[in-house]
Design a protein around this ligand. Structure first.
Ligand code: ADP
Length: 230
């Protein structure tokens, strides 16, 4: 599903350079649930940006599904991004659209017909337990509810993989566990999940593969791993 081959990422140009990733190699198979852990600044978001082609590696190769990410032409990137549903800490909902419209928008930009929107958007919102709040605007939703809208939006195109970048960073513990349970359910139903987090309790609870990143390097990669503080 994802292959990183000797990937390095250096931000900046001459003078002010920052090595965010250094010679990183790993692969993620279909239907895996992988947590990527490490302190702030370790390189977690950079890994995600490289998968979805938001950044290009300075060295090495990134494969996502059938795509050699950095060989894609600009106009091919939206195709790739529909195969990966991304969820962020700050939700990134459109404030002037309702929950329904936020999810519908992901189908509209994919060029899907109105009949798909009418059929699939309520289903997706039901899956995340938000059918009753379909017509609410983001400002009328709690943090946990906003994140559930974001998950419905990420799932609406049936992606091969859901990538969550600190999705619970802005949530209280109750909502945090709701979101984690939802990601685990999505994985059980067959979608690959990558979760970047620095929350030790979450990673230990999930009890699946853990890739630990420190200063841009993978320092540990374990099945049924724990978050070990170093
Ligand atoms: P994490 O997600 O683990 O917090 P990041 O991947 O965001 O880490 O960042 C890794 C390192 O790269 C950090 O030192 C960060 O400051 C740096 N970095 C990230 N994005 C940029 C950028 N656009 N320009 C320069 N440095 C960056």
């Amino acid at each position: 599903m994802v292959i990183f081959q000797n990937v390095s990422k250096i931000y900046g140009s001459n003078g002010r350079q920052m090595t965010a990733l250094e010679d990183v190699t790993f692969s993620i198979g279909q239907k895996e649930f992988v947590s990527v852990v490490g302190k702030s600044g370790a390189g977690k978001s950079t890994i995600i940006k490289l998968i979805i082609g938001e950044e290009t590696p300075s060295k090495g190769r990134v494969i996502f599904g059938s795509y050699d990410v950095n060989k894609l032409k600009h106009h091919e990137l939206p195709q790739l991004r529909r195969r990966a549903g991304v969820i962020f800490q700050d939700f990134r909902l459109l404030p002037n659209k309702t929950a329904y419209e936020n999810v519908a928008f992901a189908l509209e930009v994919a060029g899907r017909p109105q009949s798909d929107i009418i059929n699939f958007v309520p289903q997706a919102l039901e899956m995340v337990g938000l059918k009753d709040k379909m017509l609410n605007f983001p400002k009328e939703l709690s943090g946990g509810e906003k994140q559930r809208v974001a998950i419905a939006r990420a799932m609406i195109n049936h992606p091969d993989m859901v990538i969550a970048d600190e999705p619970t960073g802005n949530l209280d513990p109750v909502n945090m566990w709701e979101i984690i349970k939802l990601l685990m359910k999505i994985n059980e139903l067959g979608t690959t999940v990558m979760l970047a987090t620095h929350n030790k309790d979450i990673v230990n609870h999930i009890n699946q593969r853990v890739i630990s990143v420190e200063n841009g390097k993978i320092i540990r990669d374990e099945a049924n791993g724990k978050y070990i503080l170093v």
